[in-house]
Design a protein around this ligand. Structure first.
Ligand code: 2P0
Length: 345
């Protein structure tokens, strides 16, 4: 028997992936850019075991036995086994690729609440499978077939997922663009507005947006090409204020196309908008004080929870403001509430 345990962190997109050009291969309509958070905060942990004695594949998610019929898991498994079947071990073929697998996966944060759980989950699963079956090489296109955003969690730091042009998805891969400490002393605050499951899953929401939103055409053809180039330049030049402006603009545009969808995909709540408003007021104050390097930015995924990127020096100022404006429910201790402050992504 061979056993491997891996962890993979969530990634938070600052240029969002929303919409596919190929549903089956999970090929996106646009490039996206994200931060992979640090390993010690929000992450998935997966243990995989393979043995010639196992009679079938089995899967447990958050301690509950789940079916392995999910085609996305099957696609990842098939691709890893295909790659493993082509490998030679110490000069000879080995049939480990044909051994059944037992998979046990856990998230240390709410699953399917718009907190990138599938990204961490599939990145972790694919990496662990790669290790246990002895597969080398770029695993981001395999993780992509589990969940699009998962391909970005295969790398640390700032990562760009290239949409690619090929019909078979061979060039739709994630590449690191800057290391974890690129913006020194950066902190991330995750404001959990609601840990409940979202009403419209990302896959379905994207499908509806592509089918019905005319604003989406503008996003793909006009806004994104220049925003992505500006974001790459801001990252290269470590231009924090511009990075903040672009991150906020892209989050708001993604949620605008969600609202332009029929039926509308409504992910942000009144509380989400109140958090965004507080951040704008804070940034206006910093701008008035001529202190734009201490700006902060927010971004919202397909859910109501805010992800706030802040320079460490102002995190100490922003967090008490948030706690004062949005007091934690009495059942939660302040420690639990602030658990979302990640160390440097
Ligand atoms: C992102 N999201 O770029 C965007 C922002 C949510 C909002 O990627 O259908 O779970 O599995 O490829 O990867 C969530 O979408 O969707 C997502 P599928 P996925 O992070």
């Amino acid at each position: 028997m061979k056993t491997v345990t891996c962890t993979a962190p969530v990634n938070i997109a600052v240029i969002k992936y929303w919409g596919k050009r190929d549903e089956k291969l999970i090929l996106p309509l646009n490039d996206s850019i994200s931060f992979t958070l640090s390993q010690d905060e929000m992450c998935a942990k997966t243990t995989v075991s393979i043995s010639p004695k196992f009679s079938e594949d089995q899967f447990w998610l958050n301690d509950k036995k789940e079916s392995l019929e999910n085609p996305r898991i099957q696609n990842c498994l098939k691709e890893i086994r295909r790659r493993a079947s082509k490998r030679k071990f110490d000069g000879k073929d080995e049939n480990v690729w044909s051994w059944h697998v037992h998979i046990c996966s856990k998230n240390n944060f709410p699953t399917a609440a718009g907190l990138a759980s599938s990204a961490a989950g599939y990145a972790c699963l694919v990496y662990a499978l790669g290790q246990v079956y002895g597969v080398e090489g770029d695993l981001s296109p395999v993780a992509r077939q589990g969940s699009g955003s998962a391909c970005r969690s295969v790398h640390g730091g700032l990562v760009r997922w290239h949409k690619g042009e090929d019909d078979d998805g061979a060039d739709s891969v994630a590449r690191p663009i800057a290391p974890p400490g690129h913006f020194p002393d950066l902190q991330v605050i995750i404001c959990v507005v609601s840990a409940g499951q979202k009403k419209t899953g990302s896959t379905e929401g994207m499908r509806q947006t592509v089918a019905s939103s005319s604003l989406m055409q503008h996003r793909i053809k006009v806004s994104l090409p220049s925003r992505i180039e500006s974001m790459m330049k801001a990252i290269e030049e470590k231009d924090w204020p511009t990075f903040c402006d672009l991150t906020i603009a892209d989050s708001n545009e993604m949620h605008a196309v969600c609202l332009d969808t029929s039926p509308p995909c409504v992910y942000m709540t009144d509380t989400s908008h109140a958090v965004a408003s507080l951040i704008h007021k804070y940034n206006d104050l910093k701008t008035d004080q001529g202190d734009i390097n201490h700006k902060v930015c927010y971004t919202f995924d397909a859910g109501p929870n805010a992800c706030i990127f802040t320079p460490g020096a102002v995190a100490k100022e922003v967090l008490p403001l948030l706690l004062q404006a949005f007091p934690p429910p009495p059942a939660q201790t302040p420690k639990e509430y602030v658990k979302g402050i990640a160390s440097q992504p």
